[in-house]
Design a protein around this ligand. Structure first.
Ligand code: C5P
Length: 312
């Protein structure tokens, strides 16, 4: 008999924003070489796993209707890889998974990757696998480029396709306003558009990452604001021209700077402090340029167990 914890396990996992996202050329495997700085933000999903005869996936919360519940959901990819790794049947894992969404769906904030990271962490505990951080991170990298960071959290420098991580010193809590768009954007489409724009108009790449790392170490949001950069922003704006207006409105509302988050269309605005973020959020909300706004702070920890509820 395989060992299973008899109670559901819930893992909370953060969204991410890329403070710096420098995209190189497409590699033969279709991925792009990246130099990126991730920061984990206080918008979170909760993923609960429990042993079940009838396997199932249930998604609740904002944007839940847009999340696939079939085998292509990244949580099932996480479960399959974990089952293969530990010699269980990947096609019959005997699990029910429930996701409560707080991270925007298809928003460039690694929501799907976060759920996969949470599932890895939760199933590791449910099946009493006791896999260490490095082993989980290696499996995470096979699921998707952002999954290792969702496990790790904090602030980190990512290279390769984003999966090779080194923690970065960030002394300060930074305060953000997050503007959610009405519709998601596809990540492959944003990378494809960047390749197209570069083939058409030449380069246009953001600079080196070192100055941003120094700003993070100093903890000064004003210095950090000057150095935020994202090569995918031009692609996201080209696919969704209305984002230009959103980015302008956030700065007009008093943010220090605004940036498209990852492949978009979510925009993230850095503010001087928590009170200012609440004020900017209220003003941006009234400007009618986005579906809704959220206030968040970072860095926060990566995927972690928040409860082992008694079974009922
Ligand atoms: O790794 P992940 O599945 O999250 O990536 C989704 C898609 O984003 C890839 O299929 C690829 O089109 C694009 N991508 C990329 N270069 C990266 C990361 C992602 O081209 N470094």
């Amino acid at each position: 008999m395989l060992s299973v914890v008899p109670t559901p396990i819930t893992v909370r996992v953060p969204a991410k924003v890329n403070l710096h996202l420098s995209v190189g050329d497409a590699r033969p495997d279709g991925y792009h070489e990246l130099v990126t700085v991730f920061q984990a933000l206080s918008l979170t999903d909760d993923v609960t796993v429990m042993a079940a005869d009838e396997p199932g996936l249930e998604v609740k919360g904002e944007g839940a209707d847009e999340v696939p519940t079939g085998p292509d959901n990244l949580v099932w990819k996480a479960v399959r890889l974990l089952a293969e790794h530990c010699g269980r049947d990947p096609e019959n894992p005997g699990l029910h998974i429930s996701i409560n969404k707080g991270i925007p769906v298809a928003g460039g904030m690694a929501g799907g990757s976060a759920d996969a990271a949470a599932a890895l962490q939760a199933v590791n505990q449910l099946w009493r696998l006791e896999l260490g951080r490095d082993e989980l991170s290696e499996i995470a990298g096979k699921i998707g480029s952002d999954v290792p960071f969702s496990l790790q959290g904090g602030t980190a420098l990512g290279t390769g396709r984003g999966e090779r991580l080194v923690p970065v010193l960030a002394r300060h809590t930074f305060h953000w306003v997050i503007a959610l768009d009405r519709e998601g954007l596809s990540t492959p489409a944003a990378y494809g558009e960047l390749d197209r724009l570069r083939a058409e108009n030449g380069n246009g790449r953001i600079g080196e990452v070192e100055p941003l790392l120094e700003a993070l170490a100093s903890g000064d949001p004003r210095q950090l604001a000057l150095l935020l950069g994202n090569d995918l922003q031009a692609a996201a704006v080209s696919l969704r021209p209305g984002l230009r207006r959103t980015l302008r409105a956030g700065v007009q509302a008093g943010a220090l700077a605004g940036i498209v988050s990852g492949s978009g269309p979510t925009c993230a605005f850095l503010c001087t402090d928590a009170d200012e973020a609440v004020r900017v959020a209220a003003e941006l909300s009234g400007a009618g340029v986005c579906r809704t706004v959220r206030v968040a702070h970072g860095p926060v920890p990566g995927a972690k167990v928040v409860s082992e509820e008694p079974a009922n």
